[in-house]
Write a protein that binds this ligand. Structure first.
Ligand code: MLT
Ligand code: MN
Ligand code: ZN
Length: 310
């Protein structure tokens, strides 16, 4: 199985268009130790020919153009694409708006939880992915599903499962109390496997907490891509960027006794990679003490173009 990180940043990307925070200013200035990053997405393939997108970010056009395997094949038909399906893990802007880049009457399939697929159905702009051309499928929870493209199976199987998290920002309902009306299917993780080889990995780009069912699921996994949004729960407040903690946004932090480094410590996961990294996060500076601590704890900090083979 081939896995490529198309975008390793959280919503807004790095640098974010309107942000003059330390990290954004430094990456914009080309300071050594800083790499620009596009928004959150992976691509995966069992055979190197048929690809499945895991989330579709607003930067998808750029990501496709920077990834030769994802462009139209010179030997193919006048209109052709190796992208056979897209699977989304929540309804966040950074994970679904890239679907609109895939208009132009090209057949492919979209998969997401019923909650998220209902959100797409309720937003008429997604009708540019015309019925009869683009197939839409609800992903059941806790059940492996063979992902189908327009011309048959992709060779990728996905099992979706609920993880602790929150409904998309634009759907928050303050009248529903502390969880803003969040329900099953609002934030999911994916177990992605290639039955031909028996290899599998986990993709969990948004997660508020490693609760016991999630811990049990990830235990002993060969590879996990995980939510690296913030290093410290209050870093956006501390930097004066936004009055929201990670907990309020549905994201566990990397550091601290409640953080993901600590939570993964006894899980025996062979390879751990942070993705969905917010521009405020000090691990985006290759030379920061936070980056060093993260790597010393056995984690990789994902970057655009990173490839992993399983
Ligand atoms: C998030 O991951 O918290 C969201 O992408 C935030 C947003 O929609 O801007
Ligand atoms: Mn996000
Ligand atoms: Zn910034």
């Amino acid at each position: 199985m081939m896995i490529r990180v198309l975008g390793s940043a959280a919503g807004g990307g790095f640098p974010q268009w309107n942000c003059n925070c330390r990290n954004c200013a430094d990456v914009r200035a080309g300071k050594p130790g800083f790499k620009a990053r596009t928004q959150s997405s992976l691509a995966v393939s069992a055979d190197g020919t048929n690809w499945v997108l895991l989330n579709a970010s607003p930067d998808l056009r750029q990501q496709i153009n920077e990834t030769p395997q994802l462009g139209s094949a010179a030997s193919g038909a006048l209109r052709n694409s190796p992208i056979k399906a897209a699977v989304v893990t929540n309804g966040d802007v950074d994970h679904v708006t890239g679907l609109i880049n895939l208009r132009e009457a090209q057949p492919f399939s979209v998969y997401g939880s019923k909650r998220v697929m209902d959100t797409l159905a309720a937003n008429s702009i997604f009708n540019v992915l015309a019925g009869g051309v683009v197939a839409r499928h609800d992903l059941p929870m806790n059940q492996p599903i063979a992902i189908e493209g327009p011309d048959g199976p992709t060779g990728i199987t996905i099992e979706a499962f609920d993880v602790p998290g929150k409904v998309a920002l634009y759907l928050e309902d303050a009248s529903k109390g502390g969880n803003f009306g969040s329900k099953s299917g609002d934030t999911i993780g994916l177990k992605v496997s290639a039955p031909a080889t028996g290899k599998a990995f986990f993709y969990v780009p948004g997660c508020a907490e490693l609760d016991p069912p999630l811990r049990q699921r990830l235990q002993g996994a060969p590879l996990v891509f995980f939510d690296g949004t913030l290093y410290t729960d209050d870093e956006m407040l501390q930097q004066g960027l936004m009055p929201k903690t990670g907990a309020r946004m549905g994201h566990i932090s990397i550091s601290g006794p409640e953080g993901s480094i600590a939570a993964f410590k006894d899980l025996d996961v062979a390879k751990k990679i942070y993705v969905h990294i917010n521009n405020s996060n000090p691990v985006l500076n290759d030379n920061s003490p936070e980056r060093k601590a993260t790597e010393q704890a056995g984690w990789d900090v994902g970057y655009d173009g990173m490839e992993v083979r399983l």
